[in-house]
Write a protein that binds this ligand. Structure first.
Ligand SMILES: Cc1cc2nc3c(=O)[nH]c(=O)nc-3n(C[C@H](O)[C@H](O)[C@H](O)COP(=O)(O)O)c2cc1C
Length: 362
């Protein structure tokens, strides 16, 4: 069905078609029976493939990556497409418009996107109101960012404000320090600022866990443009500060294999197929350093079960996608989870974790 709609959507400007699709989904879900139809077509055809990560039990390992539902508008349809979890946001403390348009570009021949959205966000208050207006259906990560006007020296305050606001509503929280579209943000990945950020957030997490009687895991999302020394330094800090997970990776400022593509000259973060091997490299390096002590959520260019498997065998415990959803539509979710279930079966394993143990030994 998506193959019929996609050519229409792709005649529109990329951001308009994104907004239109989410708007249509929300409207359609007000019509009785639509949710049931969607669930039957997608979620019900997605096999159960449970995994336990960060102390949470995920119905399957494939989640929606941050950035698609930044304002928490569309939870029910996204769960009905079969995702094992949704990462909402990035949300900033105060509302902000993001960068001037156009700021989202399709590179269709390469199944890729370049975006320089710059954290367009409704702010925490509206985000939480949107979330509260929808029934809880599955596991939700909330991805936090900083406002553009917040001076770099006060970035920690924005993340603390975010953590306090969303703590009661999230199954896990992500610190996004790797978007290339907020000036200075990626500098938070450097050793001294990262150590300060993690220490402050870990301390606050402890206080909040006591107050709420619940430990909400914190994941740190990193860039694919780090060198090996940078990845190793981050791994050391994640261990030292006992962080709960790491998400690898965000979009890249590199343009691998896109030398002939005029649109690749647009400023912003590249996602989709050309990102795949860059992000898998980061996952492999992280896994070697962390050795399973901190779980990894792998994301970047996943468009098939083979791509997902590559990331899992490289060391990921969970996986996410965004760009393939734009190019292939909601059917890609079930297709990937079905493919993974077949791989588990082919390994003669009883669970995904068991299959991965065997595959990683080879
Ligand atoms: C249009 C767009 C907006 C994004 N916005 C965010 C964001 O707000 N926060 C974030 O952490 N990642 C954001 N991302 C990055 C994705 O979450 C993901 O890390 C990246 O796109 C790689 O996955 P993919 O190749 O499957 O798209 C965005 C990606 C795209 C394409």
């Amino acid at each position: 069905m998506y193959s019929l709609i996609r050519p229409l959507l792709f005649t529109l400007d990329a951001e308009r078609s994104h907004d239109l699709t989410l708007g249509l989904l929300q409207s359609a879900y007000r019509v009785p029976g639509v949710a049931t139809l969607v669930r039957r077509r997608y979620a019900d055809r997605t096999p159960s493939l449970p995994v336990e990560v960060m102390g949470l039990r995920f119905p399957n390992p494939l989640g929606l990556a941050a950035g698609l539902d930044k304002q928490a508008h569309c939870l029910a349809p996204l769960f009905d497409f079969g995702f094992g979890f949704l990462e909402l946001g990035t949300v900033t403390p105060q509302p902000q418009p993001g960068n001037p348009k156009p700021r989202l570009f399709r590179l269709t021949r390469h199944a890729a996107i370049i975006n320089r959205m710059g954290f367009n966000s409704s702010g925490l208050a509206t985000f939480l109101a949107n979330l509260a207006a929808q029934p809880r259906r599955g596991l939700i990560g909330i991805n936090l960012g900083k406002n553009k006007v917040t001076p770099d020296a006060q970035a920690i305050d924005d993340y603390l404000a975010g953590l306090r606001a969303v703590y009661a509503h999230a199954d896990y929280v992500t610190l996004n320090i790797s978007s290339p579209n907020t000036p200075g943000l990626r500098a938070l990945q450097d050793e001294a600022p990262l150590a300060a950020l993690l220490a402050a957030l870990k301390h606050e997490q402890g206080l909040l866990a006591q107050a709420h009687g619940r430990h909400v895991p914190i994941a740190v999302k990193i860039a694919p443009d780090l060198d090996d020394a940078g990845i190793d330094a981050i791994a050391r800090l994640l261990l030292a500060h006992r962080m709960d997970a790491v998400i690898a990776t965000n979009t890249t400022i590199a343009r691998p294999g896109l030398e002939q593509e005029p649109r690749a000259r647009e400023t912003g973060g590249l996602s989709g197929r050309p990102l795949r091997t860059l992000s898998t490299r980061v996952i492999r390096r992280l896994y070697a350093a962390l050795q399973g002590r901190i779980p990894i959520i792998g994301v970047g260019g996943i468009g098939s079960a083979d791509d997902a498997w590559e990331k899992l065998v490289a060391g990921a415990d969970l996986i996410q996608l965004y760009t393939a959803f734009i190019y292939q539509g909601p059917g890609v979710v079930g297709e990937i989870v079905r493919g993974l279930a077949e791989k588990v079966h082919a390994h003669g394993a009883t669970s995904l974790a068991d299959a991965l143990r065997r595959a990683r030994m080879n």
